[in-house]
Unconditional design. Structure first.
Length: 69
């Protein structure tokens, strides 16, 4: 049961970020450049990687895209 909740939460995070990018007409590469990380690092963070670095990147993403975490 816990794994299902974790997977559901990860999908929700990914969806929120992708929707906000589409709304702003912004690509992941543009977002990566804006917050100063590589595209691969950004992609891992968007797909809910739980490493400390990805968590920090997600916080920057939330700020730039105005997403409440």
């Amino acid at each position: 049961m816990t794994e299902k909740k974790l997977l559901s939460g990860a999908k929700e995070i990914t969806s929120k970020i992708k929707i906000r990018l589409l709304e702003r007409g912004m690509s992941q590469v543009e977002l990566a450049d804006l917050i100063g990380v590589g595209p691969q690092q950004l992609n891992r963070a968007i797909h809910a990687d739980m490493s400390p670095k990805s968590v920090r990147i997600r916080k920057k993403i939330y700020t730039v895209l105005n997403i409440n975490d």
